[in-house]
Ligand binder design. Structure first.
Ligand SMILES: C[S@@+](CC[C@H](N)C(=O)[O-])C[C@H]1O[C@@H](n2cnc3c(N)ncnc32)[C@H](O)[C@@H]1O
Length: 284
């Protein structure tokens, strides 16, 4: 029996038929936390529903209401509210042999990006120098650190809360010898890396909306032998070339040449919208 049917039976005497029909079909799970998205009509009943979820899933420790939006420059999840069980929003989420520690009320974590987190690490060749410009808590730096033979990863993050978790996660995964967390705005920090003679084999620009204003800075760290740049954006399905063209235009203005190596759909992002990544080889 599916989640919704089980929940409907469990709540039969507490909700009206109309409310029962509006119950969610499933939920997101991070570590031992259930993240419950509810239609606004059910918001008032959130505590009763959460309590039943815990009864149905006794191995889970808590339930939080999840508004479902991630906003602002720091990509912070909006409207997360404790509902039932143990109120401890700090989790250690294990995925693909990587441990990610973070506070679910302060830090986004998209399970839908799992394949991309796995894929990127497979592209890295032994000895690569990598710059992760929007590192967050280590979404990409950590799997690359664990699953590749990268030489060094410079992981830049501007949000102080995310940066503290990034440092903690580097230790938790025993990657101190490979990952260098750098606090600050990546626009300035890549300039400093360039001034210190550091060029990268691979640069990760994983943030929404597509970080066009950061392209010129990223180009400073392109190697004489070429650099792969992972550039993300949100588009309508077939329009991935728009994202590539946007990058290519800025690169050309700065005297660089680009070749589109691959594009991937990371996940669906809304009606007709897709989160995509383009891998671009950039040469001086
Ligand atoms: C949430 S991550 C996105 C990670 C990845 N795209 C994903 O979905 O898994 C983006 C991170 O970039 C950080 N950020 C935003 N602007 C920045 C800047 N100018 N310099 C460094 N970090 C920045 C945010 O604080 C955030 O932690």
């Amino acid at each position: 029996m599916n989640f919704k049917d089980r929940l409907k039976i469990a709540l039969n005497s507490e909700l009206t038929q109309e409310e029962l029909d509006k119950l969610p079909r499933g939920f997101q799970m991070i570590s031992k936390i259930i993240l419950l998205k509810l239609l606004s009509e059910l918001y008032e009943k959130r505590f009763i529903i959460a309590k039943k979820c815990l009864e149905l899933y006794p191995k889970m420790e808590s339930v939080y209401y999840y508004g479902g939006k991630i906003t602002g420059q720091f990509r912070i999840p909006e409207k997360i509210e404790f509902l039932a069980g143990k109120d401890n929003p700090v989790v250690v989420h294990k995925e693909h042999k990587v441990m990610y520690k973070f506070d679910i009320t302060k830090i986004m974590f998209s399970k839908g990006n799992l394949n991309e987190r796995k894929k990127l690490a497979t592209l890295v060749k032994p000895g690569e120098i990598i710059i992760d410009m929007f590192a967050g808590i280590g979404y990409f730096s950590l799997p690359i650190g664990i699953h590749s033979e990268a030489k060094i990863i410079y992981s830049i993050e501007l949000n102080p809360v995310a940066f503290e978790y990034l440092k903690e996660n580097v230790k938790l995964n025993h990657l101190e010898f490979k990952i260098i967390p750098i606090f600050g705005n990546c626009k300035e920090k890549v300039k400093e890396l360039d001034e210190n003679g550091i060029a990268a084999d691979r640069i990760i620009m994983a943030v929404f909306p597509a970080p066009k204003d950061f392209i010129s800075s990223a180009l400073l760290c392109v190697k004489d032998s070429g650099t792969f740049i992972h550039y993300e954006g949100v588009i309508e399905k077939d329009n991935y070339l728009e994202i590539y063209d946007e990058f290519d235009k800025v690169a050309q203005q700065n005297g660089y040449q680009c070749e589109l190596i691959e594009h991937r759909v990371v996940k669906s992002y809304g009606p007709r919208l897709y989160h995509i990544v383009v891998d671009i080889l950039v040469n001086k």
